[in-house]
Design a protein around this ligand. Sequence first.
Ligand SMILES: Nc1ncnc2c1ncn2[C@@H]1O[C@H](COP(=O)(O)OP(=O)(O)OP(=O)(O)O)[C@@H](O)[C@H]1O
Ligand SMILES: [Mg+2]
Length: 112
Amino acid sequence: MKKLEAIIRPFKLEEVKEALAELGVEGMTLCEVKGFGHGTEHTEIYRDSPYKVGFLPRFKVEVVLPDEQIEEALQVIMQAARTGRSGDGKVFITPVEQVIRIRTEETGVAAI
Ligand SMILES: Nc1ncnc2c1ncn2[C@@H]1O[C@H](COP(=O)(O)OP(=O)(O)OP(=O)(O)O)[C@@H](O)[C@H]1O
Ligand SMILES: [Mg+2]
């Protein structure tokens, strides 16, 4: 199992959510976050000088999936979240050791 954390533009949330739902993804977590990357999208002009506006609002979508679904999920997220402009976001993929459904105590892929 792996966790896919996608940092996306807030207005792309519905598209990303729909794309994952079409793959049959049934659970996810959404966090409202703030961040910045290495691009120039957070530089603005104030009194003729550029200044860094710092943290911009983004959404983090977290989804844990069986290994064999990760590649497909990654592709649909990238397609749904991309505008082609600096600041489109990033995806982090990490291994997940265990998942437990609290209600039933099921574990592993059965608990996803
Ligand atoms: N190295 C990182 N670690 C953690 N979060 C990051 C990292 N890089 C980017 N982010 C998160 O992703 C959001 C969007 O980053 P962004 O798309 O601007 O990355 P970038 O590397 O600057 O790419 P681009 O050149 O397309 O702008 C940031 O606001 C931040 O929340
Ligand atoms: Mg950037």
